[in-house]
Design a protein around this ligand. Structure first.
Ligand SMILES: [Zn+2]
Length: 208
């Protein structure tokens, strides 16, 4: 399937993403690409222009908050959007094989992973049992870094956790920065606000 040729650059894709978010946030969503015809058109392959790595929180469904449909976005999600090898592999697939023009890391307001980490750091609560410990371990590094800069609210931790995820992806997949430099890729770290459905840009590479 051919790419959406109307979107020529990473900036075009970023602008379209923000426009979709504005439609959604103002209750003007068009729910594009969500019918059977679209599903059928995609049977032979996909060519999404954006990859989105976000928290798995049920209140942050990327296709809805950016007013997109089938085939529009390659979505990677886990609790707290923490980086591991499977995430890195998925990002590489999206950028190298699908040739997505934009990589978005989306944190959000009222993130449970950050709240659990904040509780551990501030309230001396017990370390989560089982596999959930991994989430707090990863998010805690971002929260501690935020605290060291005097930014000590849960909102601050959410922002820093998103920025850190962007940093980790770019550090571990060095050619992401090369693609940004070449104008082939944009990278955006954003925070979704449950209050009003908008997104808060935190860090931008190759787009503005
Ligand atoms: Zn979350």
């Amino acid at each position: 399937m051919a790419k959406n040729i109307e979107l020529k650059t990473p900036q075009d894709v970023w602008d379209a993403l923000l426009a979709g978010n504005q439609r959604y946030a103002s209750d003007q969503a068009e729910h594009p690409h969500s019918d059977i015809a679209r599903r059928d058109a995609l049977r032979t392959g996909q060519a999404p222009r954006v990859a989105i790595f976000s928290c798995g929180d049920s209140r942050v469904p990327a296709e809805l908050v950016f007013d997109m449909g089938f085939g529009d976005a390659f979505i990677i999600r886990n609790a707290g959007h923490i980086v591991d090898n499977s995430v890195l592999a998925s990002v590489q697939f999206a950028v190298d094989d699908l040739e997505c023009d934009l990589l978005v890391v989306m944190g959000h307001q009222s993130c449970g992973a950050v709240k659990a980490t904040s509780g551990f750091l501030k309230d001396d609560s017990t370390i989560p049992a089982g596999f959930q410990r991994t989430i707090v371990e990863r998010v805690a590094l971002a929260a501690i870094a935020s605290q060291a800069e005097g930014k000590d609210t849960t909102d601050d931790f959410e922002r820093r956790n998103t920025v850190e995820t962007v940093k980790q992806l770019m550090a571990r997949i060095p050619h992401l920065a090369d693609k940004v430099e070449a104008g082939e890729l944009g990278i955006a770290g954003i925070r979704y606000l449950l209050d009003d459905g908008t997104v808060e840009p935190l860090v931008l590479h190759g787009v503005q």
